[in-house]
Design a protein around this ligand. Structure first.
Ligand code: ADE
Length: 334
């Protein structure tokens, strides 16, 4: 019954990396199409290469696999495959992160990446009735100068970019390293988000709020270690895009039963559920809701509240938010 309720519920997803939706089947297909050699002899070997010990070891395979993505069509196929899957899970709206530098640094132009993804988003909106936006994430293990260069290049595509974000290897790469480039992004009129407190300390979440002035925090689970931070997040209504299955699969949280999501919700934080890298963690959004519900015994009203938070915390304009919220409320009240 809960499964059906979650499956059929209209949902929004706010934290999903397009590169993390690359399924082994598409990886192999693109490798063949582009004559790129993979470190796996068979599809089965590629599937077995998961799971991962931790965030750094996961990021190594995640970035290595990107070498199959070369053309606009490749980015189109990747993005359309995710959007079709998302629509089949009753996701109405999704805000998709991407690592521009991971492609630029391989000699792929920003326009190849942007045009491929944008075309897929338009086609999916027509065919599958799913709306979507893009979040260009700076890779925090690279320098602030490198991020500044990408920001300048991104201006050409400003209308296609919903927000600027910050991702990749968090340890020893605090948000404050990117103060200037986030100031600049806001001056250009970009909304901003940042991953903070995934593996890093609560201090990084403070920095994301006070130094980068972001509108949303991704992951954010280490906030529970700091009661003052919890109060601030509640008072300022700063949304947190939590990725429960990812946190467990990367060994950051020992088991779903120990995940702080329940505590975060109970203490009044605006939390949402997200899939992060669904192809790698074998869990799209519905599977994330189901795993969190099973591990933490969420009631229907809590599941609904988190789904509602996602539409409320999205970067949609108020009319569109209202439309989706009405649909969700109608579904819940039936
Ligand atoms: N990029 C893709 N997945 C990520 C994660 N879980 N943390 C940081 N950067 C990422």
């Amino acid at each position: 019954m809960m499964k059906e309720f979650i499956q059929n519920m209209p949902k929004a997803e706010l934290q999903v990396h397009i590169e993390g939706t690359l399924e082994p089947e598409l990886l192999f297909e693109l490798a063949k199409r582009n004559k790129v050699e993979l470190p796996y002899a068979t599809l089965e070997d590629a599937k077995k290469a998961m799971p991962y010990q931790n965030l750094p070891s996961f990021l190594v395979s995640y970035y290595a696999n990107l070498k199959v993505l070369l053309t606009e069509q490749d980015f189109y196929d990747l993005t359309l495959a995710y959007l079709e899957k998302a629509a089949s899970q009753n996701i109405r709206h999704t805000e998709i992160s991407f690592d521009a530098q991971a492609h630029l640094n391989r000699g792929i132009s920003l326009s190849t990446v942007m045009v491929g993804m944008h075309r897929a988003m338009q086609d999916a909106e027509q065919k599958c009735k799913i709306s979507s936006g893009l979040i260009l994430c700076f890779m925090r293990d690279l320098s602030e100068d490198d991020a500044q260069k990408v920001l300048l290049e991104a201006l050409e595509f400003k209308d296609w970019i919903m927000a600027i974000g910050l991702d990749s290897s968090e340890m020893n790469n605090p948000p404050e390293k990117f103060k200037n480039v986030f100031d600049r992004a806001r001056e250009y009129g970009f909304l901003t988000v940042a991953a903070a407190g995934e593996v890093g300390p609560a201090e990084y979440i403070w920095q994301a709020i006070d130094v980068l002035h972001v509108s949303r925090i991704d992951y954010g689970i280490h906030c529970v270690e700091d009661p003052d931070l919890m109060s601030r997040l509640v008072m300022k209504k700063i949304p947190i895009s939590v990725c429960p299955v990812s946190n467990v699969k990367l060994g950051i949280i020992k088991s779903m039963q120990k995940h702080p999501l329940k505590k975060m919700l109970e203490e009044g934080l605006c939390v949402t559920i997200n899939s992060d890298d669904p192809a790698y963690f074998h869990a799209y959004l519905n599977e994330n809701f189901l795993a969190a519900q099973a591990g933490l015994s969420f009631h229907k009203d809590e599941i609904y509240e988190m789904a509602r938070n996602a539409f409320l915390s999205s970067f949609l304009d108020n009319d569109k938010k209202e439309k989706y919220l009405l649909e969700l409320d109608h579904y819940y009240n039936q």
